[in-house]
Write a protein that binds this ligand. Structure first.
Ligand code: UDH
Ligand code: MN
Length: 300
C-alpha cells in the first residue's frame, strides 16, 4: 500500500458481511434496473468505461483493495449475453471498488460443453496473469440486481446466485451451488477446483458443493433481499444437452476430488487475447472420451 492510501471500504477479507453498506460517493446503493431489452454495444460500453485497461482490468484509484478478483466466465456462442454482462458488470464492479479482471474462457469447436473444466482453465490462466486471491466463477447470463451484493470472497465459499428471478427469487433446493460462486485461492485449491468430468448440462455444481463439504467447509449466502439477480432467458444450447450420466459422479466427489480437478487438468491453449473489456482465452478441451483414454493410460 502506498503511503497515504487506505484500504478500500468494505474490503476486509473474511469479514465482508460485517461492514456497512455503501455510503456517500462510493457508487450508488440498493437496487439496479436490469433490463435485457435495451440497446447495448461494445463500443458504447467502452466509451462509458474509459478507466478499464486492456484485458478488462480495473482497480480503485483512491484506495488499496485487499482482494484481487478474477472473474471467470465459461463461454461459447453467447455474444449478446456477454455484451449485456459487460454493460452491467463493469460499472457495478467499479462502484464496488473492485480490483478485478474479466476472463472469458471460450470452448473451441463443437464438442460437448464442459462448464466446470472451463472454470478450472480460467483459474489456471488467471493466476499466471496477476496476483489474484479471489475467484468468482460466473455464468454469462446472470446479473445481480443490487449493488450491495458484494462481488468479493469471504470466509467460506460463497454462493451468489441463490435468489434468481427464474426461481421466483427463492432457493429451489438447499445444496444449490450453481450460477455464480466465489472462492478465495486457498478455498479453491483446497477442493482441487471443479471436476473435469462433467460433459453437458448439469451436476458439476452439485459435485462442487460436495467437494466443499468434504473439505470441511460450509457455504455462505448473502441475505436473499440483496442477492436478487436476473438471468437472461434462453433455450438450452446445442452441444450442452443434459447429461443424466453425471448424476452418479456427484456422490463420488469425496473420493475423486483429489485426483480429478486442477491437479489433472489438461487442455490446449488456442489463444489468449486482451480485448478492451475482457481477456478471452480460447481452448481446446477435448471431448468426453479423451478423459476415459487418459484414465486407461494413453491411446486406445
Ligand atoms: N454456456 C455457454 N455456451 C453454451 C453453453 C453454456 O456460454 O453453449 C455457459 C454460459 O456462461 C452459461 C453457462 O455456461 O450461462 C451455464 O449454461 P446455461 O446457461 O445453459 O445453464 P442454465 O442452467 O440453463 O441457465 C439450462 C437450460 C435452459 C433451458 C430452459 C428451457 N426452458
Ligand atoms: Mn443460463
Amino acid at each position: 500500500m502506498r503511503p497515504g492510501q487506505f484500504h478500500c471500504y468494505r474490503d476486509v477479507l473474511n469479514d465482508v458481511r460485517e461492514t456497512p453498506p455503501f455510503k456517500g460517493k462510493i457508487g450508488g446503493t440498493g437496487p439496479l434496473d436490469v433490463d435485457f431489452k435495451i440497446n447495448v454495444s461494445i463500443d458504447k460500453i467502452i466509451l462509458e468505461n474509459l478507466n478499464i485497461t486492456f484485458g478488462g482490468h480495473s482497480k480503485p484509484k483512491n484506495c488499496t483493495a485487499l482482494q484481487k478478483i478474477a472473474i471467470i466466465i465459461p463461454f461459447r456462442n453467447r455474444e449478446l449475453h456477454l455484451t449485456y454482462w459487460l454493460f452491467y458488470m463493469h460499472p457495478f464492479l467499479q462502484k464496488q471498488q473492485g480490483d478485478y479482471g474479466i476472463y472469458v474462457v471460450e470452448q473451441h469447436g463443437q464438442s460437448m460443453f464442459n462448464r466446470a473444466k472451463l472454470m478450472n482453465i480460467g483459474y489456471t490462466e488467471a493466476v499466471k496473469d496477476y496476483d489474484y486471491n479471489c475467484f468468482i466463477f460466473s455464468d454469462v447470463d446472470i446479473i445481480p440486481m443490487n449493488l450491495k451484493n458484494l462481488y468479493r470472497c469471504s470466509k467460506y465459499p460463497k454462493h451468489m446466485a441463490h435468489s434468481l428471478d427464474k426461481f421466483n427469487f427463492r432457493l429451489p433446493y438447499k445444496t444449490l451451488f450453481g450460477g455464480i460462486v466465489a472462492f478465495t485461492k486457498e478455498q479453491y485449491l483446497n477442493i482441487n477446483g471443479f471436476s473435469n468430468s462433467f460433459w453437458g448440462w448439469g451436476g458439476e455444481d452439485d459435485e462442487l458443493y460436495q467437494r466443499v463439504v468434504a473439505a470441511g467447509m460450509i457455504i455462505e449466502r448473502a441475505p436473499q433481499n440483496i442477492s436478487k439477480a436476473k438471468m437472461m432467458t434462453h433455450m438450452r444450447d446445442p452441444g450442452n444437452e443434459r447429461n443424466q450420466k453425471n448424476v452418479p459422479l456427484i456422490s463420488k466427489a469425496k473420493f475423486k476430488m483429489h485426483e480429478d480437478g486442477l491437479s489433472s487438468l489438461e487442455y490446449l491453449l488456442i489463444s489468449f487475447t486482451r480485448h478492451r473489456l475482457y481477456t478471452k482465452i480460447t481452448v481446446d478441451i477435448g471431448k468426453p472420451d479423451d478423459s476415459v483414454k487418459h484414465s486407461l493410460g494413453g491411446s486406445v
